[in-house]
Design a protein around this ligand. Structure first.
Ligand code: DC
Length: 214
């Protein structure tokens, strides 16, 4: 199989930034799988539907088009809630599975999400489970919001992070859980550069030699 790097973990743990950097380093395509659920939720909202209605959400997932992923309104409280609702529906997850598998199958890929190492690519070359304390993740999300000019309360943002953790962990369909063979990477005390360096070292150990770096 081509090199498939699976990166899972809770919200705001630094998965996305790490996945992009690893993809550039290994010259692989990158898929942020959260966007699939966000775009599905957004489609349902656009049509005035209920994101927790299974039939409506499945139909939206099957109708996704490439342009849905570059919309500007895929983030924010309403989009977060709609994404979490559609992500807990098994028919939606099933509808999005082939796309994710095909994306990685041809020439390898870095995929980040919640169930990449457990469900989408159980035989991935290497699996990282990226996590950090809720306080550290709340603070990062808060700084990110501030950077975008959005005033928010740090405690409220941290509470929202905890709520999303609970939703992701407690759902019956593909709950957030590290794969048995995932390598844990705690980024509580690491910035983006240190996280990348640590991930490269872990990958080199797991893949043998220096991985496939050019
Ligand atoms: O990573 P994110 O915050 O963009 O994810 C949006 C939502 O989709 C979130 O509720 C978790 C869910 N998700 C999922 O269930 N499985 C994935 N592979 C990726 C995201």
């Amino acid at each position: 199989m081509s090199l498939v790097i699976a990166i899972d973990g809770p919200a705001a743990a630094g998965k996305g930034t790490l996945a992009k950097r690893l993809a550039a380093h290994f010259d692989l395509p990158h898929l942020d799988t959260g966007l699939l659920y966000r775009a599905t939720g957004r489609r349902v909202l656009d049509a005035g539907g209920d994101p927790s209605d299974a039939a409506t959400a499945e139909e939206a997932a099957r109708a996704l088009l490439p342009e849905d992923f570059s919309r500007a309104d895929l983030r924010g409280p309403e989009a977060d809630a709609a994404a979490a609702a559609v992500a807990s529906i098994p028919a939606v997850r099933a509808a999005l599975l082939d796309f994710q598998r095909n994306f990685g199958a041809e020439r390898g890929a870095v995929l980040d999400g919640r169930d990449i190492g457990t469900i989408v690519f159980p035989k991935a070359s290497v699996k990282l489970f990226v996590t950090a304390s809720a306080e550290a993740r709340g603070r990062r999300r808060w700084l990110e919001l501030r950077g975008r000019g959005i005033a928010a309360d740090l405690d409220e943002v941290t509470d929202q992070v905890r709520l999303r953790d609970k939703q992701d962990r407690d759902r019956a369909a593909a709950p957030l859980v590290p794969a048995a063979d995932a390598i844990l990477l705690d980024t509580t005390d690491l910035d983006a550069d240190a996280t990348f360096a640590r991930a490269l070292a872990l990958l080199a150990q797991r893949l043998g030699t220096a991985g496939r770096s050019q």
